[in-house]
Design a binder for this molecule. Sequence first.
Ligand code: PHE
Ligand code: NA
Length: 430
Amino acid sequence: MKVLARETWGSRVGFVAAAIGSAVGLGNIWMFPMRAGLYGGAAFLIPYLVLLFAVGVVALTVEWTLGRATKGGPIEAFEKTLPGGKYLGILVNVTILMIFAFYSLVLGWVIRYFIASLSGELTRIEPDKFFNALAFSREALLWLFVVIALTIAIVAMGVQRGIERANKIMMPLLFVLLIVLAVRSVTLPNAYEGLKFYLLPDLSKIASGKTWMIALSQMFFSLSVLGNTMVVYGSYLREEDDIPLSAIATAFGDTAVAVTAGFIVFPAVFSFGLEPTAGPGLVFVTLPMVFQKMPGGMIFSALFFLLLIFAGLSSTVSMLEVYVDSAITKLKISRKNASVLLGLLTFLVGAPSALYPAYFDWLINISTVYVGPLGALIAALALIKLGVDRAYEELQKGALIKVPELWKPWVKFLYPIVIVVIYISQFLLG
Ligand code: PHE
Ligand code: NA
């Protein structure tokens, strides 16, 4: 029997496009403003940026290096390095399945909003009523299914190309559109209050362990570094691909989109007299209000939600890819069968979230807050077991810049310690 060689990326740019495609998604535009709103605006933004510099960029280099060095997804990578690695690998596979499940519900809402923009319905409705009727309903279940079916179709083709190419055009467009919306939002009456909330920290809140924990899990989620997706994406890297520069580009692009989303949402929230703590509905209620106030608003709206669909799909593809790859390499199932079967399994896990908000919240918290950061920690431990000297060599292959040697002690001590300390502090500090 012929053993198929592991797939690889087509080009350096293709890899960066796929990495940014995975990173940029609903995590930036929906979840970041939602969490920043819940955890104090600037009091959230500042810990977020601190953690991004201290651990975010390093986290990307850790997972890609681990993937390239072990030439495998998380199960393979952890099996080769850690005791009980197989089960740790299964754990991060389950985590990403749970993420895909709740993420599909939200992306389903986006599809519905896209259609409502095209038809002009969105000009006539009251956004909060529209959202409340849609969010947890039978109709939402239908859109959730559509999202999973689309993702299955892309992953089953095994073509990174289509999505890579789409991303190269879509991501810049999305960003331009975000800036246009941010300008509209900060020029709304009373936008100033929103900017104050977003940029001036309430220092008493920054000391809260919970805020740092949520910022940490948000950052890992946003960069897709939970010990699964980026390990698999790293395993498709060739020797000549540049890990350090790609990490910087991905972290920068991802953060720029999230921060800009905040500049759209908070001025609008205060301008329309809404509460920044509104939770999941925040973006789905405020943004339509901004669109309704813009000349040609429905065109912008349709374009915005369309781009968000693409940004979201390039993320869901990178989620399903994790356990499809595991099934292909470990269970020897064909890519097509694995995509369909595992996609349907995800639908079963996700379906109740379309009907029960409490289950939806539970999925989010377990997968992104309580287990997600542990996935990043496991990947770090795996790399440490591999040896930081060897890892550093791997990291340097194909790299244009020389990463400071400080990377080694950073990865070996500081990085895991920061994760553990923050993880524990949420229980101690509340
Ligand atoms: N980073 C993606 C986002 O911000 C979500 C994601 C998480 C994708 C984990 C893959 C893995 O939307
Ligand atoms: Na992101």
